[in-house]
Write a protein that binds this ligand. Structure first.
Ligand code: PLP
Length: 397
């Protein structure tokens, strides 16, 4: 494990904990206990068992032969899309639910935008007999109705956020309000490497199983643990944090993050936070975000709901500043093209989020025969409507 944060939860100047006084009790408890718990032998044993038996780990590291021929690299795809519920999200959710139990909590709350994190949370709560309440913007509930039904079938209560734009940020406000009023028995389960300390570090550690497995699998397949480059998409930055984690202290491994460029970084319809964002505080931590000159948070845009976020995890703001990580914006159409390429060459339909990572293959030049690992964060079932629209456009030409 690489201790990259200081004791106050900072990566350089990024991170920290900026929360209202009413939240101190909950946050302090987590700050004091999380590391001791998640590093204990008892926790590791239960966590690893669940990852193996329930989530389906280790996920394959698939050598993508036809993709490799096309680009002239040795390309491996880390198949997080094969995790239970269809993405890497369950790695984090399983860990936090176990932690909540160790802290004596009986109830879990979460906020969700597109519903993927809400479904993962409802899933683990069903398994572990935890009461589950998911806050979701009313507008998002209408747009993502199948996920609302999944959460309800799994036994979760879905509470519509009726204020403001009735989307993710309003759901977050409702979740925080609820937590402040139920500090003793409730854990707030954040779904990405964002939020106040200790969430970014806790989530990165829980997702670090991705790079841990990559090392073992590459050793088996290539005779060495380290690739030349790792590529992952960046929403809040949890799958990327997990895919980078065990390579951070080895500068020979290039860490490449694909941000959502949306319609283009200069169009106002973008989520390319590290490319065009500025420093500030969002959701309890200091990081880069999309904001106006007077500090109003901008609305983000991406064709993929999972990348549609105006902030970014502080670990990436820090890696970007150190130039240890390289972050590149990928536009909506580039991601769509990459999704079709992987589907037709390898028979794998990727999530739109993950397609941003795939698209970096045609935007970058690496030395021939480089060993490149792409984190395929999720599967594309949820994105079929968008893909069908795109096919119609292609067919009518
Ligand atoms: C939620 C999600 C993401 C974005 O979240 P990160 O925290 O940046 O990993 C990416 N891919 C998929 C499939 C997702 O569901």
């Amino acid at each position: 494990m690489i201790p990259v944060i200081d004791k106050n939860g900072y990566y350089g100047r990024f991170g920290g904990s900026f929360v209202p006084e009413m939240m101190y009790k909950n946050i302090n408890e987590l700050q004091e206990r999380y590391l001791e718990i998640i590093e204990s032998d008892e926790f590791r044993k239960e966590y690893e068992q669940l990852l193996h038996d329930y989530v389906g780990r280790p996920t394959p590291l698939y050598p993508a032969k036809k993709l490799s021929v096309k680009y002239g690299y040795r390309i491996y795809v880390k198949r997080e899309d094969l995790c239970h519920t269809g993405s890497h999200k369950l790695n984090n959710v399983v860990g936090q639910a176990l932690l909540a139990k160790k802290l004596g909590k009986k109830s879990i709350i979460a906020e969700t935008g597109a519903g993927q994190h809400g479904v993962a949370t409802a899933t683990i709560c069903a398994l572990m007999d935890l009461k589950c309440t998911v806050f979701m913007g009313e507008k998002d509930m209408q747009r993502q109705y199948p996920n609302v039904m999944r959460m309800k079938m799994l036994g979760a209560e879905v509470i519509p956020a009726l204020s403001g734009s009735k989307t993710l940020k309003d759901a977050t406000n409702e979740a925080i309000r609820y937590w402040i009023n139920h500090p003793d028995d409730t854990h707030y389960l954040i779904g990405s490497a964002i939020g106040p300390h200790p969430y970014p570090d806790m989530v990165a550690r829980l997702q670090s199983v991705i790079s841990y497995e990559i090392k073992q699998q590459l050793l088996e397949k290539e005779g060495k643990e380290n690739p030349d480059a790792v590529i992952a998409c960046i929403g809040g930055g949890s799958n990327a944090a997990g895919a980078f984690f065990n390579f951070i202290d080895d500068p020979s491994v290039r860490l490449l993050g694909a941000e959502a460029g949306g319609c283009g970084i200069n169009t106002g319809f973008t989520a390319a936070t590290l490319t065009i964002g500025t420093e500030g505080i969002i959701h309890g931590c200091r990081t880069k975000l999309l904001q106006t000159a007077d500090g109003q948070v901008c609305e983000a845009h991406s064709i993929s709901a999972g990348l549609d976020y105006p902030g970014v995890g502080p670990i990436h703001a820090w890696l970007n500043e150190l130039k240890r990580g390289e972050y590149i914006a990928v536009n909506d159409t580039e991601a769509l093209n990459a999704a079709f390429e992987l589907t037709r060459l390898e028979g794998i339909i990727p999530a739109l989020e993950s397609s941003h990572a795939l698209a970096l293959l045609s935007k970058l030049t690496l030395p021939p025969d480089s060993i490149v690992v792409i984190c395929l964060s999720g599967r594309g079932d949820k994105d079929m409507e968008t893909y069908m629209d795109k096919m119609n456009i292609t067919d009518s030409r």
